[in-house]
Write a protein that binds this ligand. Structure first.
Ligand code: MG
Ligand code: MG
Length: 265
């Protein structure tokens, strides 16, 4: 069942997603070599709760029913998604993908951004640039009358020619009162296939792109997803509302990029 949202519901989703953007900006302020992902998680959780919202990831069950222990997913270097914040300090040249979800006024926000820790290599910087570009290429397809496959096709066309891998086991999703609603929104696909996109559909588009091949594995912690070849991965995510002509982006990287300044990707 795909829920179409009213204007009022879309506005509530925007408020939730703006809070996610502001939370990620709080995290951006303190990312540097030596900081731990557990510190980032504490800052994020406090900010979310201070703003009257609840972190949706905390307690979210994996397929075995084990609850996610933290408010952020923090995935470093060859970790793709769902990394658990820990006490290991970030190092100069690392990248960390930070995914954040909140529930505010009954609606969910979900957005992710990959950050550089200090200076990263040009090759890694290119991975981040191309992954972020692919997100916006996907969003360009999220218009009334197109299909879900158009989004995945656009992401693939943007990333695979650069020699990158598109992770298939994890996908974007509908979003609303629940963090994960129908339809699934893969980052691969064929043009003109899949669910029809309609005005009022709200979806999270989230390319997970690897520098090597697309093979991944699940760590023993039951959550952390890593590349098999050890090459690094990036992840950017926006929540958008499908509309006629052009999708409306409900989340925002603006707050983050004001903090990053000329270091923004
Ligand atoms: Mg997310
Ligand atoms: Mg998501």
């Amino acid at each position: 069942m795909i829920f179409l949202k009213t204007e009022d519901e879309i506005e509530l989703l925007r408020q939730s997603n703006l809070l996610v953007g502001r939370t990620l900006a709080e995290v951006a302020k303190i990312i540097k070599p030596g900081v731990t992902t557990a510190q980032l998680d504490r800052v994020a959780e406090e900010f979310i709760r201070d703003n009257g919202a609840v972190p949706t990831f905390k307690g979210f069950p994996n397929p075995n029913g084990a609850p996610f222990p933290s408010s952020l997913c923090t995935s470093v270097n060859d970790q793709v998604v769902h990394g658990i914040p820990n006490e290991t300090p970030l190092e100069e040249g690392d990248i960390v993908s930070i995914d954040c979800g909140v529930l505010l006024n009954g609606f969910c926000g979900d957005s992710a951004y990959t950050f550089c820790v200090g200076e990263v290599s040009p090759e890694v910087r290119k991975l981040l640039t191309v992954t972020k570009d692919s997100l916006y290429e996907g969003i360009r397809q999220a218009v009334h009358g197109k299909r879900v496959g158009d989004i995945g096709y656009a992401v693939q066309q943007c990333t695979e020619p650069a020699g990158y891998g598109v992770v298939r086991e994890f996908v974007g999703h509908g979003i609303g009162r629940e963090m994960h609603e129908e339809p699934q929104v893969p980052n691969y696909g064929r043009r003109g296939t899949g669910s029809l996109l309609k005005r009022g559909m709200c979806i999270a588009i989230e390319p997970m792109i690897t520098m090597g091949n697309r093979q991944i594995y699940l760590e023993n912690d039951g959550w952390t997803v890593r590349t098999r070849d050890g090459k690094w991965a990036a992840h950017y995510e926006h929540t958008v509302a499908v509309a006629a002509g052009k999708a409306e982006i409900l989340s925002s990287f603006q707050f983050i990029e004001e903090i990053l300044g000329d270091k923004a990707i």
